[in-house]
Design a protein around this ligand. Sequence first.
Ligand SMILES: O=c1ccn([C@@H]2O[C@H](COP(=O)(O)O)[C@@H](O)[C@H]2O)c(=O)[nH]1
Length: 625
Amino acid sequence: AALQLPFTALSGGDNDGAKPARLAQQPGSTPPVDWPYRSLPWGDLNVLATTDTHGWLLGHQRNEPSYSGDWGDYYSFVQRMKEEARRRGVDLLLVDSGDRVDGNGLVDAEPSPHPKGYTALSIFSRVPYDVVTTGNHELYKFPVASYVSSVMHDKFGDRWVVSNVNITAQDEVTGREVERLLGNRMRRFTTEQGRKVVAFGPLFDFKAHAAGIAVQAPSAMVKEQWFQEAIASAPDVFLLVGHMSLRIEADSEWTAVVRAIREVHPTVPVLVFGGHHHIRDCVQEDEYSMSLASGRYFETVGFMSVAGLNDSSTPPVFKRRYIDQNRNSYEYHAGKGFDTDEGKAITQELAETARRFNLTDQFGVAPQDYFLHRFPHTDRRSIFHLLTTSVLPSLITRPDRPSPPYTVLNTGSIRFDLFKGPFTRGDQWQILPFANNFLFLRDVPRGLAERLLHHLNLVGEHGFAEASQTGREYTAEERAWLTQQGADVRAAADSAALEHAHRLRSLATTTPDGRWRMRRASEGYVTLDACGGDDPAEQFGDDTAHRPYRSARQPVFVATALPHKTEQVDVVFFDFIVIDVLRGLNALGGGHKAARRYRLDDVERYVEWVSANTLMEEYAKRAWN
Ligand SMILES: O=c1ccn([C@@H]2O[C@H](COP(=O)(O)O)[C@@H](O)[C@H]2O)c(=O)[nH]1
């Protein structure tokens, strides 16, 4: 996900000076959260979708009441929605498109002796998903991939569907290393209402995975005999649940999969559930299909319905909604008193787990908010400004080195906003979850280092693959073009979203039940996707009316100020981008006979005492106490 383009995350204002919001911590409390303004458009077949939860099962407990539900609330909601589906005589399926690790202490801070995700994945698995698949984050480290694969097999059985990923494992009988499927290639099942479903779980053509993992490009996967056999006879619907972005300017490889199905079945409905780019999004490949992406970090529960399945003479009617993940949304759609005993028990268990993992330990008090996407990286309200002007210059230094440090950061390593107020261990895990180390190349000519940042931002990030990198990469021209495309889409989304927000705000005072009426709409997602059709009421899929967030496009890399009055600098960076930095310096020196080539052997550890996932803790202890 090299392009940081949250073009539906249109945001506004920081929280400086604002009172902290009171949150829905307990079932039954009345949180100050906006209500949805319309009911769900149920169809014959309905799907609730999550993606990129990254361990946020406790929901958002500070500053963001719109996403303040937790996994226990969601579990209760799911149970009530299942009851409602049965009452209506329709189907309700549940899907998740991957990336359940990296990004929250609840999943990343599991104390030994258990592996990462031991508790959180077990809690996640209580929700009776029909199809769950992998994301890229499950595959960065081999032990994580191996554990996730076995736990998902145990918990979900045939519902763990991963169509194009293999993992190396030891054969029980021969003891030899063999390649196995990470999950089931497909699932064929019949719904409660008797509809036949064929499901696949493709991952985008991910290259930066650990050694011992193999990912096949979806475009190659669809040519495999097993795939052709799987789609040979027509089900009632195809269900595609994969960790792939929906849009062409990102990693979208959905078109290849949908087209392969279309060659055999021109009119069988295809329901696609993607993810990876952390946005709310919807597109339609054709009138017999709809593709939905349900955001990130358990902020959003996606809903898709398809009606008219019993009449094959006309295309079915697809609808989509993005539900803000909070107790008001659940109550609005599932009714008052929607909590179930099992849901309440999960809420309890989550709170106990957070305590057991010491996530509430406080390291300091942040003086203001620092945002990830809302402001340009040079603005003092941006987290990248904080990191490059204060955190890195004050902590990532070596008095014993004659050359001063010049630290380059891949912005993808920073995952979330940092809010004003107590800064805790939990916050640390949300902001910098990776165990990446600081490496360096010593005594790089200043003139060469000076050109590195611009070059890296032009070619983008590829990340460190332990396995050999065989895939084709974007050229600099392509990357520049893609960046421009993203900017254009965002600009269009910005103005349309603002218009929509104005319209909805005027609506607020006239809504008859008045349940979501408020003096000033809160900030939130206002999503311009491609599934609204001609109906103005359907143009935006968001379930709750908001004032749109502000958003600024972020570069792929940022850096500390280049030191002055020095011939040489130490170029410092996370291990994750070592290949990018080496290639960048070599490309910039290329053509000059005298230029030296930088190799992996030249790379050394810069500091031992701090890594990505302890950086902010160390800073907060020093600067915010
Ligand atoms: O060890 C790691 C692993 C990943 N990253 C960063 O994360 C993004 C990928 O995140 P998505 O949620 O899939 O977009 C990757 O591009 C890196 O920027 C990291 O820094 N360290």
